[in-house]
Write a protein of this length. Structure first.
Length: 311
């Protein structure tokens, strides 16, 4: 069951001063993977913007440290310890957060892990574990909070953290890459589903950010699955990550993007040539095709802005 600890004694915190944008001041956010890395960066930016934040993570000691740091800044936060991959834990976690902080209007599904390697070297157990956290948990978050957003009414926002590995092919991370491609696809579908509503959707596709995701995933993989990680690979990847963007700066970028209603959030322009190559390959497949099957009624409806699927 989720474990929750109460917020700070500073409910009057108003963020970055009188000139700060109104949104998300006064809102309540639920951030998964909030104890470190990008999740903590997003939480810190939300606190500084005047939001109250439920910090959700599986690591209680890091949760406590994150909460203490944010409370020292005057933030109003609560901690919720639970496993995002557990379908039975989400409703209780949401109830606990809302009991402490009020109705949640911002969901940041940021929790993520890396695991396995190439498809050939990845076990099915690791494959399922990576997908359970990186994409299944994002669905569970939406399934839990979207009905609450509808009930509360007014503006709300859903952020899913994917990766540049969800936009471009990156070798030797088969489970991670496929789960992140799924996150991007899910976010695009969710945006289409919620078009015209007061509920916004964003997807974060960061490049290299200075987080502990590789090290943390290795520890959890060993503890939960009993599968020993490749320590040399972990250390090499950690060295690469240490050269990445500041998680706090990424968190600030994310909050600004959500406030502006931006859907796709990226952190590094360096990937643009690779993205163009991927898109060019897709486009060329259509240009080069001889159209032997005739026209497609689904495409015609989508071009007209209509829904092709009856519900």
């Amino acid at each position: 069951m989720p474990e929750i600890q109460a917020q700070s004694e500073s409910p009057a915190h108003t963020g970055q001063g009188a000139n700060a944008p109104e949104w998300p001041r006064g809102e309540v956010a639920f951030v998964t993977g909030a104890a470190s890395g990008i999740g903590l960066g997003i939480s810190r930016a939300l606190v500084r913007a005047g939001a109250r934040v439920a910090l959700a993570d599986i690591d209680q000691s890091r949760l406590d440290a994150a909460a203490e740091a944010l409370r020292d800044e005057g933030g109003v936060v609560a901690t919720v310890r639970f496993d995002v991959s557990d379908p039975g834990a989400w409703e209780a976690a949401a109830d606990a957060a809302e009991a402490e902080l009020g109705p949640v209007t911002i969901l940041c599904s940021n929790a993520g892990v890396n695991g396995g390697g190439s498809a050939e070297k990845t076990t099915y157990e690791v494959w399922k574990w990576v997908h359970a956290i990186n994409i299944d948990a994002q669905f569970l978050g939406v399934a839990t909070f979207l009905p609450r957003f509808r009930e509360h009414g007014g503006r709300a926002h859903i952020l899913n953290t994917a990766s540049m590995a969800g936009l471009v092919p990156i070798p030797d991370v088969a489970a991670y890459a496929s789960s992140k491609f799924a996150s991007v696809g899910f976010s695009r579908a969710l945006r289409a589903d919620l078009a015209g509503s007061a509920i916004g959707v964003s997807v974060l596709c960061p490049g290299t950010v200075a987080t502990r995701i590789v090290e943390s995933a290795a520890v959890v993989q060993e503890e939960m699955l009993g599968i020993e990680a490749d320590r040399a690979a972990v250390e090499g990847n950690m060295r690469m990550l240490s050269q990445g963007a500041d998680p706090d700066a990424v968190g600030q970028q994310v909050v600004e993007a959500m406030a502006a209603g931006q859907f796709l959030i990226v952190t590094h322009k360096d990937f643009l040539p690779i993205v163009r190559g991927v898109n060019a390959e897709i486009e060329s497949a259509f240009v080069d095709f001889d159209g032997r099957h005739g026209s497609d009624p689904t495409a015609a409806l989508l071009v007209q802005g209509e829904k092709p699927v009856s519900t």
